[in-house]
Design a binder for this molecule. Structure first.
Ligand code: ARG
Length: 738
């Protein structure tokens, strides 16, 4: 009997280990120890050294952090970079004008000399090595009180980073893992001369728009290409026309062999943020409070912008990149809330917490943990919308972003007033201190003037902005309890009688836009050149913003900070406890914009009863979705010609169709966008660009059955470059594996 149980138990363990293999965003430097055998069993044909090596070139060198928010990969010996279209979107849109509209028309550089320098500087970052600094950090943290921990950490990081990079051109970044149970340092090489090589037209690169975003079946050619340039010594250098293409440590060969269900697939990238060890309380807060509010606030902003964007191309080009990124997470937060509920994540987390509580019952260190969590959330919940509203409501109108220049100056003016009123200072001392502050003010104004140049605030944008401002007043009025309002807002709302809130807010909005200097970039510039405090303080837009800022800072900031500190400390303790409770489980740290690897396989799924989703989409599907003239589903006419001619060349599948996108069960999140999907030999087979709707709860809970990664098939990318873009020379630059 016993034996049978033991055996059963062992098989269960085995089965669950296998099933879990696709979950996890693993640190590359730990693969050999934690995952290598499993990866090999699943189809990896590389050595650990070929994945990550400090001394030799390895895959880690080819998979780079793209512009601080995405991933890219080097795919030629001349520093050619592949990433998503939505990662290059900003750069592409900023280079576009109504006359030279590369966003809508696409672009391929005929020669290196044609490659475009972005309007704003970009960067890519290579990981040089990763050091485990846990012992050193924890030693230095010993005895430090929780409230001083984050300050102390900054100091510790600074010391370690300085030592690690002294005498090199590298940068270092220390990162907390497992909410502070481990620490790692990433030594990085950052390149800043990045140029645009090419992009498909956006109705291919963003085909399906917001309607298809976060969903399968998908038909988007979501890619763009850049190149890294360096000095003659192959080291990072600021942009110079005479810089040369970067010769990388490693670049990825491109496989055109195609994929089939079950094939091994791994992804290396820079996932931004997950919260897999979140408490059930946090899940409830997201589904019931925070997410629905973010969705409604963004909805308002998007509608107002869209109304203007469809009216003229210039406004559309100005707003489209920001629009896309706001829309992306507008849909994300909606889907996340829906799927957290649908996939019963609250219930799953609660059950895990119950099991933990039972285990912890008589363990001094852990026995009150769940009670403490409960307490922390109960205290925090009434204020949980404060920071969200500051960010997504108060600061949403562009006029508030301009008025926020005043916040920095306000602080300096206040500082000056204190100095001048200081009874302990002589007249000379006061004058000296005041002059110093004045020069800081002047410098700050110069910085703001530069920032101002980057803000777009045309008349059309302002029309939308007014609607947004008025709408946000209403949202604040409806959703924030009146005992949390700043006095200034209470005064505005006092004018509301018999449900005429809309009229009151419309009138207030008219007043702001008629009287504030922040409606005009010229007026703001004039003020910044001669920053008279009185002018700022008499500005109604600034006063409005300041009332909210001050209200937040005096009444809520300390509560929010306190909660965040507690949640982190309790989370740290929870993970530590879980590790003791489950000594055989292999833990992976939450995503935190550091380089990770996830491995699994090409895999279809069943989203609902009686529905099966195949793992691959084709050009036929693109044509099925095609709607001439539509904002999201139009196509370039050349694409239709190519489709009619079935001109797929070597990129067709064995059934004669052209592949577009495919699914894997890898574990990715935002930040992984643009990551290479590789076969067992490290050849690129696709480009990760999204997650699927049914698993939008994935940042908090990895659902084995439902979570998928959506990838563009590399053969579609190559076809689009060669046939649609007529840029075969770019394909020829790569190393193809046939
Ligand atoms: N959902 C994708 C991601 O977060 C971004 C897709 C961008 N496209 C868009 N329609 N906004 O990686």
């Amino acid at each position: 009997m016993k034996k049978i149980y033991a055996l059963l138990f062992a098989t269960c363990l085995f089965v669950s280990n296998v099933a879990k293999a696709d979950e996890g965003m693993w640190l590359l430097s730990l693969l050999e120890k934690l995952n290598y055998k499993d990866m090999q069993a699943k189809g990896l044909r590389l050595t650990p050294e070929q994945l990550y090596s400090v001394n030799h070139s390895s895959l880690k060198d080819a998979c780079i952090w793209f512009n601080g928010g995405c991933t890219g990969e080097i795919i030629s010996k001349d520093g050619l970079i592949l990433t998503n279209h939505h990662c290059g979107y900003d750069a592409i849109a900023e280079l576009s004008t109504v006359q030279d509209n590369i966003l809508d028309n696409g672009f391929w550089a005929k020669t290196k000399a044609d490659e475009r320098k972005p309007v704003r500087p970009m960067s890519i970052t290579r990981i040089v090595r990763v050091d485990d600094i846990t012992d050193e950090v924890l030693k230095q943290l010993a005895g430090v009180a929780e409230k001083d921990r984050s300050m102390k950490l900054m100091e510790i990081y600074k010391g370690i980073q300085k030592k690690a990079t002294e005498g090199t051109h590298y940068e270092a970044s220390c990162k907390e893992m497992f909410k502070g149970n481990a620490y790692y340092m990433f030594i990085m090489e950052k390149f800043t001369d990045i140029r645009l090589v090419g992009t498909p037209p956006q109705n291919v690169g963003k085909f399906g728009g917001e309607t298809d975003n976060w969903m399968w079946p998908r038909h988007t050619g979501d890619f763009s290409m850049f190149r890294v340039y360096v000095g003659a010594d192959n080291k990072p250098a600021e942009y110079k026309a005479e810089n040369v293409p970067y010769k990388p440590e490693h670049y990825l060969p491109v496989s055109v062999k195609g994929v089939k269900e079950g094939d091994f697939a791994m992804i290396i990238g820079f996932p931004g943020r997950t919260n897999r060890y979140e408490f059930s309380h946090g899940v409830a807060l997201a589904t019931d409070v925070v997410n629905p509010n973010i969705v409604n606030l963004r909805d308002l902003r998007l509608k107002a912008w869209k109304e203007q964007m469809v009216q003229d191309d210039a406004t559309r080009l100005l707003l489209s990149s920001t629009y896309a990124s706001i829309a992306n997470y507008w849909k994300f937060f909606d889907g996340e809330a829906q799927q957290l509920k649908h996939n019963k994540v609250y219930e799953k987390k609660s059950a895990e917490e119950k099991a933990f509580a039972a285990w912890a019952e008589n363990k001094e260190e852990y026995k009150t943990l769940l009670y403490d969590i409960d307490q922390a959330y109960t205290v925090y919940k009434p204020y949980a919308l404060q920071s969200t509203y500051l960010r997504e409501c108060i600061m949403a109108p562009t006029i508030m972003q301009l008025a926020s220049f005043g916040i920095g100056l306000d602080i300096l003016y206040a500082k000056k007033a204190v100095v001048l009123a200081d009874a302990n200072k002589s007249k000379e001392e006061k004058a000296k201190a005041a002059t110093e502050i004045d020069s800081t003010i002047a410098k700050t104004c110069r910085d703001y003037l530069r920032a101002l140049a980057e803000v777009d605030y045309t008349e059309r944008i302002q029309t939308a902005d007014k609607k947004i401002f008025a709408g946000m007043l209403m949202m604040y009025y409806k959703n924030i309890p009146s005992n949390q309002w700043p006095a200034a807002f209470t005064k505005i709302a006092a004018g509301i009688k018999n449900g005429n809130a809309e009229a009151v807010f419309a009138k207030y909005t008219e007043m702001i836009f008629a009287k504030s200097m922040f409606v005009s970039k010229d007026k703001v510039a004039e003020f910044l050149k001669n920053p008279v405090a009185k002018k700022l303080y008499s500005d109604p837009a600034f006063s409005y913003l300041k009332s909210h800022r001050d209200n937040y800072n005096t009444n809520f900031k300390s509560k929010v900070d306190e909660f965040q500190m507690q949640a982190l400390a309790l989370g740290r303790k929870y993970i530590k406890g879980l590790m003791e409770m489950q000594p055989n489980r292999v833990f992976y740290p939450d995503a935190n914009s550091t380089q990770r690897l996830t491995y699994g396989s090409v895999k279809s799924y069943d989203p609902k009863d009686a529905i099966h989703y195949d793992f691959v989409t084709t050009l036929e599907g693109v044509m099925e979705k095609y709607v001439p003239g539509d904002y999201e589903f139009d196509l370039p006419s050349k694409m239709l010609d190519l489709y009619k001619a079935k001109d797929y060349g070597r990129y067709a599948m064995s059934n004669g169709k052209l592949p577009v996108a495919f699914l894997t069960d890898n574990d990715i999140t935002g930040g992984n966008s643009g990551s290479p999907v590789m076969d067992g030999s490290g050849n690129i087979i696709g480009l990760a660009f999204d997650g699927n709707w049914e698993a939008m709860s994935g940042n908090i809970h990895f659902d084995q059955k439902l979570k998928r990664t959506i990838n563009v098939d590399i053969r579609y990318v190559l076809w689009l470059i060669e046939k649609l873009g007529g840029a075969k020379h770019i394909v020829d630059e790569m190393t193809l594996v046939e």
